[in-house]
Structure formats: C-alpha cells, structure tokens
Design a protein around this ligand. Structure first.
Ligand SMILES: Nc1ncnc2c1ncn2[C@@H]1O[C@H](COP(=O)(O)OP(=O)(O)O)[C@@H](O)[C@H]1O
Ligand SMILES: [Mg+2]
Length: 331
C-alpha cells in the first residue's frame, strides 16, 4: 500500500471551481474520510487521483511517484463509484473475479476462487454468487462493486459514497466490515461521504471540504472537539451544535459574536432560565428541546429525568466554542 499526497490541486469546470488548492497527505495505511455536502468537490477529488479527470494545476503523488502523467491503470488505484457499475451479463462470481483476470496479473485460478469466496463472505453475498448482476437488488449490486475493488491489492482504494444506496442495517454492518477489512489489509483508503457518522466511525483522519477547499484535516476527535470554524463544528455532531449569540451567556473572549454549545456541553442546574418545549425519550438518554430568550437549544439529560413540556430549568455552557462574525474560531 502507499502514501498519497496532493499538492495545491486545482480543478475548475468553466467558472465552477470544483477543487480549490487542496493539499493533503493520506498516510500509508490510513483511512481518510473526506466529508462535505453535495457539490463540495469530493467526487472530483477522487476522479483527479484516479486519473479519470485531469487537474488544471497541482500535483498528485502515490507511493513516492508523481503520477500526473500516468493513465488510470498505471496509477494502480481501485475505485468504487457512487453509482455501481457491474457487467450485467456476468454472474456475481465473474464480476468479482474480473479485476483478477487481467492477462498481466496471471493470477492462478485457485487464488481467484479463494479471493472471490473470501470477499463474497465478507460482503454477505455468497448465496448470490451464481446470479446474474441484473438479478440483484440495488444494495447487492453495490456490495458486489465494493467487492470488485477489494479482490485487488492496489496502491490505494478510492471510495465515493459507496454505502449511500444501502438500507440502514446493511450500512451499519458494512461500516464495521469496511473498517475491519481496511485494518487487516493495512490498506490506504480515501473515502468520501456527506455522512458524518461514517466519518466519525471509520476514519483515522477526516478532511472537511467547503466549496472545493480543504478547511480542516485531523483525527475525528480533533475535528469534533477542536474545530477551526463554525462550518466545521456544524458538520459533526448529532443533534447539531447549538449556535447562540455571544451575549446570551456572556463571559467570552473579545471578538466573539457567537458561541457553539454541543448538546452534551450544557450544564443543568445553574445559569440562565430555559423552558422545556419537548422531550424525546431515546432509551439511553432523554433529548430536551428548550428555548432560551427565543433561541432553540437541544441538550441531553439522564434517562431517569422526568421533565415535562413547560418545565423550567437553568442551563449554562460547559467549555463553549467561540466564533467571530465570519465563523472563525476564537481560541
Ligand atoms: N463534469 C463536470 N462538468 C461540469 N461541472 C462539474 C463536473 N463535475 C463536477 N462539476 C461541478 O464541480 C463541483 C463539485 O462537484 P463534485 O466533485 O461532484 O462534488 P461532490 O462529489 O462533493 O458532490 C460542483 O459544483 C459540480 O457541479
Ligand atoms: Mg459526489
């Protein structure tokens, strides 16, 4: 497996800047998740690395080689697309075996059979090995297209929202599986998604994209606990971080115009008076929807609490995040 480095990568489509001066190192064996909303430049970044798209400027290095002049095949990357792409007339088994059947590789048949069986098992698709690709559900097709990347041992895996078309249960299972597979292969994996849960649970490093710019890169914990901006802070955390004008609680550094309080960073029992509007009983916790001076706030409480709508509680921020008028963090 290999390290991947992007240096000042830029790509525009006409007036539209898709990737804007992105520099980033994906360490050998890392599971890097690029997180951003639709249009942030995630797919374009992957297509540039794979060689399906040509950068306007900047460099791409894979395993110590500048690959900018190389074809997709020479780059030795395996990409899983958002839209699955299988050979419809082939069986699942033959679709999975296809990447190994290249005449250059000369993989022995026994080795092909072993790999296909192993990957099919991991992706819970063994019972469909003899079905034609057209006889599969959307989720099954996507699992086979992930499998086609996994049977290979490329320098790097590139995955474009591969779980987005799956149902919730399968998505959860495959999150755990992908993480396990990546760990056991020691694979370098760049995975793009708009799903913060996927970023938090699988990534060794998260890169946050905002309109083509990489606005922060760090461990999931760094991104969650120590965001550089309100944009980054708002990308992670469910329920979302509460954002309030700085003067609601006061006591903030100069230049602060707004504060961010994550639901779990709110102390109860002292501070400002808030009214309980709604309570959600989630089993392991109660989620409280409050209003304070007209501002909606979500916080969590112990499941044993029995607040009713209309109740009043006092709340205060615990280590709030402070931001200036442009949304930049004030530390
Ligand atoms: N082939 C293309 N032609 C024109 N514009 C494109 C093309 N591909 C992407 N874009 C534009 O580049 C921006 C980033 O797109 P994309 O990389 O697909 O974002 P994401 O995958 O994060 O949703 C968008 O504004 C999109 O419209
Ligand atoms: Mg995309």
């Amino acid at each position: 497996m290999a390290e991947v480095t992007l240096k000042n990568l830029c790509k525009s489509f006409g007036e539209d800047v898709a990737v804007d001066d992105v520099s980033m190192t994906i360490p050998d064996g890392a599971f890097v998740v690029l997180l951003g909303p639709t249009g942030a430049g995630k797919t374009t970044t992957l297509r540039l690395i794979s060689g399906l798209e040509k950068e306007d400027s900047g460099e791409i290095w894979i395993g110590g080689r500048n690959v900018s002049g190389e074809t997709p095949a020479q780059r030795d990357v395996a990409m899983v697309f958002q839209q699955y792409s299988l050979y419809p007339h082939l069986t699942v088994k033959d679709n999975l075996a296809f990447p190994l059947k290249s005449p250059i590789l000369k993989t022995p048949q026994a080795e092909i059979d072993r790999k296909v069986a192993e990957v099919a098992e991991v992706l819970q698709i063994s019972h469909k090995l003899d079905n034609k690709a057209t006889e599969l559900s959307g989720g099954e097709m996507q699992r086979v297209s992930i499998g086609r990347a996994l049977v290979r041992e490329p320098a790097v895996y590139l995955m474009d929202e591969p779980l987005s078309s799956l149902d919730a249960k399968l998505r959860t299972d495959l999150r755990v599986e992908l993480k396990r597979i990546q760990g056991s292969l020691g694979a370098t994996l760049l995975y793009v998604t708009h799903d913060q849960i996927e970023a938090m649970t699988m990534a060794t490093h998260v890169g946050v994209l905002d309109q083509g710019r990489l606005v922060q890169f760090g461990t999931p914990r760094e991104i969650y606990e120590d965001p550089d901006s309100l944009y980054v802070a708002s990308r992670l955390g469910l329920p979302r971080i509460n954002v309030l004008p700085a003067d609601v609680f006061g006591g903030v550094p100069p230049g602060t115009t707004q504060i961010g309080m994550r639901p779990e960073h709110i102390r109860q029992g002292d501070g400002q008076d808030a009214e309980v509007m709604r309570v959600e009983h989630l089993g392991d916790q109660n989620r409280l929807h409050l209003t304070l001076k007209g501002h909606a706030i979500t916080t969590i409480a112990d499941p044993s609490t029995d607040y009713e709508p209309g109740a009043h509680i006092k709340i205060a921020p615990k280590n709030p995040l402070c931001f200036d008028a442009d949304g930049n963090r004030i530390r």
